[in-house]
Design a binder for this molecule. Sequence first.
Ligand SMILES: [Zn+2]
Length: 98
Amino acid sequence: MRKCVACQQMMAKKLLIRVVRTPAEEILIDMSGKKSGRGAYLCGKAECFKLAKKAKALDRALKAQVGPDIYDRLAQEFIRVEDEFLAAAAEGDDDDGG
Ligand SMILES: [Zn+2]
């Protein structure tokens, strides 16, 4: 279980989107969950991206300055990966068959 940095809800990791600050100081959505760097988790919901922006939740979680433009970019990136994310979240824990 991990906590969404925006709404503070505890959720299964697969139901959260990982945002990572890479060693190159880039802030990206990490769909693999394996990129190196400091990570923060957000619910896979557009409203939590908005909430995070309002509360500057990623600034705190990633210990970096995250400008409003970066929040906007992440929200747009999230829209692009949303289908993939929802499909992965719906798969369930067992991975027999497919
Ligand atoms: Zn949330």
